[in-house]
Ligand binder design. Structure first.
Ligand SMILES: Nc1ncnc2c1ncn2[C@@H]1O[C@H](COP(=O)(O)OP(=O)(O)OP(=O)(O)O)[C@@H](O)[C@H]1O
Ligand SMILES: [Mg+2]
Length: 320
C-alpha cells in the first residue's frame, strides 16, 4: 500500500515507483475484447476496468496485452502526450497496480518544452481525476489524488545523478523514445538549480533510429515493415531472413545509431552554445542511454545514471 506515487509517462513506456515497488509497462492502450480464461492465463499485461462518474465501466487492454491482443492499439504520438486520453488510463492503471490509496500524492512529469505553459493545466487535470479501477478480475478500487506535483522530465533524473562536485555547471541528457530532454543546472553547495534558458527538448531520440531503419529496409527489400518488427530487428541480432533471403543489418543499424547520436549531440551542443565547453559534468539518462551506447563517444566524459530508464520516476519520488 502506498500513498506517494511517482509516474513518468513516456512515449514508449510508463515508469511508476512508490517506496514499496515499481512497475514498467509499454504505453499502449486498446479497447478490450473478450478473451477466454485459458487464453487470458497465458498473457502478460493487464485487463483494466475503469469507471468514471456515472458512465458505464469501460474495459481496456493495457501494456503488453494491448500490443498482442488489441485491435486499434494506440501508442500516443501526439506532441502533447499528456493531453491524450491514454494518459489518464495509464496513470490510473499503474496507480492501482502500485496500491495507491484514495487521496494519494502523485508526482508526474512533463517534457521541459511544455513545462511552463502546461504545468498548471496538467496539475488541475490530475487533481480532478477520479475513477473506480479494477485490474483483471479483482475488486474495483477508488483512485484519486489529494496532492499533485508536476516536475520537469530530466530534472527528475538529475536528482539521481551522483554529483561529484559541490559546485559547477552540469548537463543531463535524457534520451527517450520521441524526445530528448536536456537540463543544465548549477550546483551551489550541493543544491541543484536548473538554468531555464539552457534547458529544453529536441525531437530526435530512439524513434529516429526506428524511422530511419524502416526507410532503409523498404529501400533494400522493396517492402514496407511494421513498427513492431522494426523494434524486434533493431533490438535483436540484426540478422533477418526475409522472403527467403538473408539480410545482415548489423552495420546499417550501427551507422544509423551513430548518426542519431551525433545529431543529438550536435543539437544539444548548439543549444548550449559556449556554455557547453564549460560544463563540469555530463550525465546520460533515459532508455536511450542504453539503446544508443555510442552517445558516450560524443559527449565528453559522460556518466551513465544508474538504471537510466527509471531515473526520472525515482527522482520524482525523492522530491516529496
Ligand atoms: N536495455 C535497453 N536496451 C536497449 N534499448 C532500451 C533499453 N531500455 C530501454 N530501451 C529503449 O529506449 C527507448 C527510450 O526508453 P524510455 O523509457 O526512456 O522512453 P520514454 O520515456 O517512454 O520516451 P519519451 O521520454 O520520449 O516520452 C525505448 O525505445 C526503449 O525501448
Ligand atoms: Mg522519457
Amino acid at each position: 500500500m502506498s500513498n506517494v506515487i511517482a509516474i513518468d509517462v513516456g512515449y514508449s513506456h510508463v515508469k511508476a515507483v512508490s517506496k514499496d515497488g515499481r512497475i514498467v509497462l509499454p504505453s499502449v492502450v486498446a479497447p478490450a475484447r473478450e478473451l477466454s480464461l485459458s487464453e487470458f492465463a497465458q498473457k502478460t499485461g493487464y485487463l483494466v476496468t475503469i469507471q468514471q462518474s456515472e458512465n458505464p465501466p469501460r474495459k481496456y487492454f493495457v501494456g503488453e496485452l494491448a500490443i498482442k491482443e488489441g485491435q486499434g492499439a494506440t501508442f500516443t504520438t501526439d506532441r502533447e502526450k499528456h493531453r491524450h486520453p491514454n494518459h489518464d488510463i495509464l496513470v490510473l492503471t499503474v496507480s492501482k497496480l502500485l496500491g495507491a490509496e484514495p487521496g494519494a500524492t502523485l508526482v508526474a512529469g512533463l517534457p521541459i518544452a511544455y513545462y511552463k505553459a502546461q504545468k498548471e493545466e496538467l496539475q488541475k487535470h490530475l487533481e480532478q481525476l477520479t475513477a473506480e479501477v479494477a485490474t483483471g478480475n479483482g475488486e474495483p478500487k477508488q483512485i484519486s489524488f489529494g496532492r499533485v506535483v508536476i516536475y520537469p522530465q530530466g530534472a527528475g533524473a538529475l536528482l539521481k545523478a551522483p554529483l561529484l562536485a559541490n559546485s559547477g555547471t552540469v548537463l543531463l541528457v535524457d534520451v527517450g523514445q520521441k524526445t530528448t530532454d536536456y537540463v543544465t543546472a548549477e550546483i551551489v553547495n550541493d543544491v541543484v538549480r536548473p538554468i531555464a534558458s539552457l534547458c529544453g527538448s529536441i525531437e530526435t531520440a530512439v524513434s529516429t533510429v526506428y524511422d530511419a531503419f524502416a526507410v532503409e529496409f523498404q529501400a533494400l527489400t522493396g517492402s514496407p515493415i511494421s513498427p513492431v518488427r522494426v523494434i524486434e530487428i533493431v533490438r535483436g541480432s540484426g540478422m533477418v531472413t526475409f522472403n527467403g533471403k538473408e539480410y545482415d543489418f548489423r552495420q546499417l543499424i550501427r551507422t544509423i545509431k551513430e548518426n542519431v547520436s551525433r545529431s543529438i549531440f550536435d543539437q544539444v551542443q548548439a543549444a548550449l552554445g559556449e556554455r557547453f565547453s564549460f560544463l563540469s559534468r555530463i550525465y546520460l539518462a533515459g532508455g536511450g542511454a542504453l539503446a544508443l551506447p555510442m552517445l558516450a563517444d560524443f559527449f565528453p566524459n559522460a556518466i551513465h545514471i544508474p538504471e537510466p530508464q527509471w531515473a526520472n520516476a525515482q527522482g520524482f519520488l525523492s522530491i516529496v
